[in-house]
Design a binder for this molecule. Structure first.
Ligand SMILES: [Zn+2]
Length: 232
């Protein structure tokens, strides 16, 4: 057994009894973990989800349920819980992360991406973060080359069976619109990404692409995607 301090975000909290809960946290050093939290709900306020902070916990060798000691919120992230624009996107990010990542699969870069989201960049930062999760899991198609004809210059097309095809080679599948394509290509080059502007309409297309792509891979709907597309 070992006790640790790590940057973490609790993204799910299930009430277990009157005061205790089982929490799911994403941590910088240990990926996603499950925690038993003895006093999660108190009169003083208790634990908040989607609020970055420092988690003090103990890992057990005999069980994947870790023991919770304390969580110290980082005040600069009040911007997360103050903004429903950020909050609805965080729910989407964590649903995708939870579905794609293994228990204790470490990804410090993902933590970094999440903590960079703010009131000025939430559209772009959230899309970039979700793209990273798919890429890290090795399931993101290569949008640079058509899997049918090898064309490297297509600007839109379709994804079918996990591969990208230009509009000349395929006429069905998950549609990759011009703005989805521009986003996918720009995300590979930091200078392009810096200059890319993602408006509400572009973001809706990108989120919808990821939701359909997820469904094609896993046969399940992302619950938060429909909420998100409704609220965007
Ligand atoms: Zn082609």
């Amino acid at each position: 057994m070992s006790r640790h301090l790590t940057d973490a975000i609790i993204y799910k909290l299930h009430r277990y009894s009157d005061s205790s809960a089982v929490a799911r946290a994403f941590t910088a050093d240990f990926g996603k973990i499950k925690l038993f939290v003895p006093k999660a709900f108190s009169k003083k306020g208790g634990l908040l989800t989607c609020f970055p902070g420092i988690l003090d916990f103990q890992m057990k060798e005999s069980s994947d349920l870790c023991r919770f000691y304390a969580f110290t919120q980082k005040p600069e992230f009040y911007r997360f819980i103050d903004s429903h624009e950020i909050m609805i996107r965080l729910h989407f990010i964590f649903e995708v992360m939870d579905a794609l990542y293994q228990e204790r699969e470490k990804d410090g870069y993902l933590m970094k991406l999440i903590t960079k989201i703010d009131n000025t960049n939430f559209r772009k930062a959230a899309s970039f973060t979700v793209r990273h999760i798919f890429e890290k899991n090795g399931v993101l198609p290569d949008f640079n080359v058509c899997a049918g004809c090898g064309d490297e210059n297509s600007t839109e097309g379709y994804v079918l069976g996990g591969e990208y095809f230009c509009g000349k080679c395929r006429h069905s599948g998950i549609r990759v619109s011009g703005s989805v394509m521009l986003f996918m290509k720009s995300a590979q080059v930091s200078e392009l990404m810096k200059n890319l502007i993602i408006n509400r309409e572009n973001e809706t297309e990108i989120i919808s692409f990821f939701a359909q792509f997820y469904k094609s891979l896993y046969g399940k709907e992302l619950k938060s995607a429909s909420t998100l597309s409704f609220l965007l």
